[in-house]
Design a protein around this ligand. Structure first.
Ligand code: NAD
Length: 326
């Protein structure tokens, strides 16, 4: 756990559970630290494969409490076989990620990140800092779920014409004044495209060379959802050709061995990521969309409640089970 997690879990714990914090990642070589703990709390980067789960079970762990929504890092079959219950936090502040998306857009468009550095060095030149008015732009939101709806609300507040694509039309979104369009039309019409659908087989590399070809020249692309929605190599080509005018991302398809740790002393091994860093019109944050006090408080509250439910033998609505065989 990081210090920000520790702070929020300590504040919310109310002495219901005895908490022991470890900073290291959970994997087979660190699993022994949990020996004697009835439950462990894990995050997206922790390695909850069969081997780790076996070691946890041997040490007496009966519950894995994920402090995140995603559970693709957990071998649910193995957990079930070992009698380990898995619980998660299915939802927390959608505003955190929605607002970060707008933050990325505004910083990127007005080059605030570059201006910040220039001014600190006494360079007040405005060369290269020209942006555009967000007001009046056509914005396309892909995935109008909890976060997508909040992003639509924010863009409507900016005076944008908002269209969206989802598997189904959404009444809340209609009331916000956004129009449903097919993906092809969204690609062709939008000045700004923001991704908020989940990563599934059907959405893997949703933004590939073919999709980029259909977009307007100079389009601004935002992704705060999951890295592999974008084919990064195709996006780099789009940036080189000037087809993509701006790219703002909080997620990256190969982020697993990169994000969440200080790597500043290491030699960057990922050449694709290194290339992205060279563009003046690319802004990357390291998966921090969720990182607000409000969201962290909700995550801690739900996780601790999940643990209380399991401990008391109550049904826990946030339990994750392996999918039954189709
Ligand atoms: P959600 O389940 O509420 O909404 C997802 C929406 O995408 C749904 O409306 C669903 O119908 C739609 N969808 C599914 N398949 C689609 C497809 N093929 N095309 C278009 N739309 C499709 O999820 P949410 O809570 O809004 O989260 C959205 C994404 O944000 C998730 O992928 C999640 O991983 C990501 N996320 C990122 C951060 C961060 O820190 N950057 C934090 C939380 C969540």
């Amino acid at each position: 756990m990081k210090s920000y997690d520790e702070l929020h879990f300590s504040e919310e714990s109310d002495d219901r559970h005895q908490l022991v914090f470890h900073e290291c990642e959970l994997n087979p070589s660190t699993a022994q630290l949990a020996e004697g703990s009835e439950a462990i709390c894990a995050f997206v980067i922790d390695q909850l494969d069969r081997e780790t789960l076996q070691l946890l079970a041997q040490g007496g762990t009966q519950t894995v409490a994920l402090r995140c929504a995603g559970f693709n890092n957990v071998d649910l079959e193995a957990a079930k076989e070992l009698g380990i219950k898995v619980v998660r936090v299915p939802a927390y502040s959608p505003h955190a990620v929605a607002e970060h998306t707008l933050g990325l857009l505004l910083a990127l468009n007005r080059r605030i990140h570059r201006a910040y550095n220039r001014v600190r060095e006494g360079n007040f030149s405005l060369q290269g800092l020209v942006g555009f008015d967000v007001f009046g732009k056509t914005v396309g939101v892909i995935g109008a779920g909890r976060i997508g709806v909040e992003v639509i609300r924010l863009f409507k507040g900016f005076g944008c014409d908002v269209v969206y694509y989802d598997l189904n039309e959404n009444e809340t979104v209609r009331e916000l004044g956004a129009h449903y369009v097919e993906l092809e039309e969204l690609f062709a019409r939008c000045d700004i495209i923001s991704l908020h659908c989940p990563l599934l087989d059907s959405t893997h590399h949703l933004i590939d060379a073919v999709a980029i070809e259909k977009m307007k020249a100079g389009v601004t692309l935002l992704n705060t959802s999951r890295g592999a929605l974008i084919d990064t190599t195709a996006v780099i080509e789009g940036l080189k050709k000037g087809k993509i005018g701006n790219l703002g991302i909080d997620v990256y398809e190969e982020e697993d061995n990169l994000f969440f740790e200080d790597q500043s002393e290491q030699i960057m091994q990922d050449d694709v990521f290194a290339r992205l860093l060279t563009f003046p019109n690319v802004l990357i944050t390291g998966h921090q969309g969720f990182l607000t006090t409000n969201a962290l408080t909700q995550i801690a509250q739900t996780t601790l409640q999940n643990l209380s439910d399991i401990e008391a033998g109550r049904d826990c609505a946030n339990e994750v089970k392996p999918r039954p065989e189709e």
